[in-house]
Write a protein that binds this ligand. Structure first.
Ligand SMILES: *[C@@H]1O[C@H](CO)[C@@H](O)[C@H](O)[C@H]1NC(C)=O
Ligand SMILES: *[C@@H]1O[C@H](CO)[C@@H](O)[C@H](O)[C@H]1NC(C)=O
Ligand SMILES: *[C@@H]1O[C@H](CO)[C@@H](O)[C@H](O)[C@H]1NC(C)=O
Length: 562
């Protein structure tokens, strides 16, 4: 009887694996060249269920934004007169576009989000409803106008930032009246912004001798705009109460998104503007994280060696560890990688999706288990890959003191091999600078957390398997995707882990000789985005374990059976 049930379990494993293989193969063939697309596939499924809810985006150019971008560029290059010209044009463009945006809100429409439309209304309610819709639409113009063509999320604090840039630019060209006027305009939006308050005080002190600074008022258009905005907001709240629906005012300008520099005028500085007061060009503010940042938790395993924390890696939520796996384990994993890849059954892209100068191959945990089960690689070694990734997950979860369970969102082994004869004068990267959960936009110094980025990724880790290659350093950069802030030479057992957002842009330098192999892991805190393959791999492992127990009960050498 036991024999039978054991055989049956074997059938189950086989059936399970075959079924999975079919699914996996379809995806593999389609997304052969780029393993990341495997995850993309999962993404697409998720998006499909949300289909219909995705707003269509106006991809037409927005002139006010072009002028804004030009202005910010000039500002960054300290060309203040040109910056003023562009930013003033951008402001004029903004207010014109605002009028247009509001006009398009009028007329019949439907708001999917607002359930209150579904009830049967009497005439007055219907009229009220109609005007509420228009009002919401007009109120939302703030967001619409701050959204770049083709994007879903607006630039935070967009309109106020114009005044922020302008106040400092005017100061730098010696126009203190306008500097004060713009500072005061900015303060209409953010009355408590300390840096701008200080600047305003300083401009006042510069003007005091020649005039009464109190006569300088914020710009009329800004004051009018904000008055109307507040009024709309009040009306919406009132209407919502009256009509019985919930209206939550979004935060239209969050002041945490400040100008990307520290060009603040320190208060009480009396030097001549021609020399420039002692301006500190400090670090750019790190992108905000919506969770408390912690690190330094236990590494759980005594062999694992701590090397660098975030500070030593010149960033946030970063850690470098050594000895996560031993030399023997590295070699064993390497054999798994080569076993699968030699069979041409991993991702057999001839060249890397990232560079034509390298070959890029990979395999997932499930693929390895399948190969193990079929005896094409040692089952024990395939199992090691599974165990090692779990070890990495536990370490990351513990080190960053995460409060909730960290789940796998994608795991694979990847090897990058330099193609001989193509390494002369190479100046590309093995993997271009990117962030793992948002679309890095170096021009705008933003990282857009929207599709097709893997927005649900929270932490990333790379566990290296070997040293015998040239190049291939892992690098972190600033949001500009150029300025390298830390560089790490891979070696067996070394693991770099970091939070997956815009605070951690990274890439891989060209591998110029040999083969560089690593286990790449992405994790999510959201169980909704758990890796399907992982759950399947867990099942396979559980079944194999059961079998193993069954086998030892009977004192049968599993090898004879398999
Ligand atoms: C902004 O820039 C565009 C092109 O860069 C230009 O056509 C437009 O006139 C400018 N001004 C405004 C107010 O939009
Ligand atoms: C930890 O989790 C609890 C409950 O989920 C939450 O209230 C608390 O704020 C979290 N703490 C941190 C530091 O994230
Ligand atoms: C961090 O920055 C310092 C100063 O630029 C540099 O010397 C150091 O190598 C960086 N750390 C790493 C790990 O690259």
């Amino acid at each position: 009887m036991r024999q039978l049930s054991r055989l049956c379990r074997l059938c189950c494993v086989t059936a399970l694996l075959n079924q999975l293989e079919e699914a996996a193969n379809a995806a593999h063939t389609f997304f052969m060249a780029n393993p990341e697309h495997m995850e993309m596939q999962q993404d697409l499924e998720n998006y499909k269920t949300m289909a219909g809810k995705v707003r269509l985006v106006d991809r037409e150019a927005k002139p006010h934004m072009e002028n804004y971008s030009a202005g910010v560029k000039h500002y960054d290059q300290e060309e203040y007169a040109l910056a003023i010209e562009s930013l003033e044009r951008a402001l004029r463009g903004y207010y014109t576009a605002d009028v247009e945006c509001r006009v398009t809100c009028e007329g019949p429409q439907r708001f999917e989000e607002y359930e209150y439309l579904e009830y049967k209304a009497d005439l007055y309610e219907a009229i009220a409803d109609h005007y509420m819709q228009i009002l919401v639409c007009q109120h939302e113009c703030v967001r619409e106008l701050a959204t770049r063509p083709g994007r879903l999320s607006p630039i935070e604090n967009y309109l106020p930032l114009h005044y922020d840039y302008l106040q400092f630019a005017y100061y730098r060209v010696g126009e203190y009246v306008k500097a004060l006027e713009c500072a005061k305009s900015y303060l209409l939006f953010h009355p408590d912004d300390e840096a701008v308050l200080e600047n305003a005080d300083y401009y006042k002190s510069l003007l005091e001798e020649t005039m009464d600074p109190e006569t300088i008022k914020p710009r009329k258009e800004a004051a009018k705009f904000l008055r109307r905005h507040k009024l709309e907001s009040d009306l919406l709240q009132m209407g919502a109460t009256g009509l019985g629906f919930v209206y939550t005012e979004p935060s239209y300008w969050s002041s945490s998104s400040a100008r990307q520099d520290e060009h603040r005028v320190p208060s009480g500085v009396n030097s001549e503007p021609a020399d420039g007061p002692a301006l500190s060009v400090g670090k750019k503010p790190a992108p905000r994280m919506d969770r408390e940042l912690r690190e330094g938790g236990s590494l759980l395993y005594s062999d694992v060696q701590f090397i660098y924390n975030s500070q030593q890696l010149n960033g946030t939520q970063r850690v470098l560890l050594d000895n996560v796996i031993s030399e023997e384990e590295c070699q064993e994993l390497r054999r798994v990688a080569n076993g699968i890849m030699l069979a041409g059954d991993g991702y057999r892209g001839k060249s890397s999706p990232h560079t034509p100068n390298e070959k890029f191959e990979g395999a997932t945990v499930l693929k390895a288990l399948k190969f193990g089960y079929e005896g094409r690689v040692p089952l024990k070694s395939a199992r090691l890959f599974y165990d090692v990734s779990e070890k990495a997950r536990r370490i990351v979860e513990s080190y960053f003191r995460l409060n909730s369970t960290l789940y796998f969102s994608y795991t694979h082994m990847v090897c990058r091999t330099a193609l001989p004869g193509q390494q002369e004068k190479r100046n590309d990267l093995s993997h271009p600078i990117h962030a793992d959960n948002c679309l890095l936009d170096p021009e705008a110094s933003e990282c857009w957390k929207e599709p097709p980025a893997y927005t649900f990724r929270d932490y990333s880790a790379l566990l290296y398997m070997n040293t015998d290659f040239e190049g291939g350093e892992f690098i972190f950069t600033e949001m500009d995707a150029k300025t390298v802030t830390a560089s790490i030479k891979p070696k067996c057992g070394r693991m770099i882990s970091f939070s997956s957002g815009g605070e951690n842009p990274h890439g891989v330098k060209a591998v110029t000789k040999g083969q560089r192999c690593a286990v790449a892991l992405w994790f999510t805190l959201d169980p909704l985005y758990r890796e399907l393959e992982r759950i399947q791999a867990d099942e396979v492992i559980a079944t194999l374990d059961q079998e193993h127990r069954g086998a030892s009960d009977l004192n049968i050498n599993p090898k004879d059976e398999l």
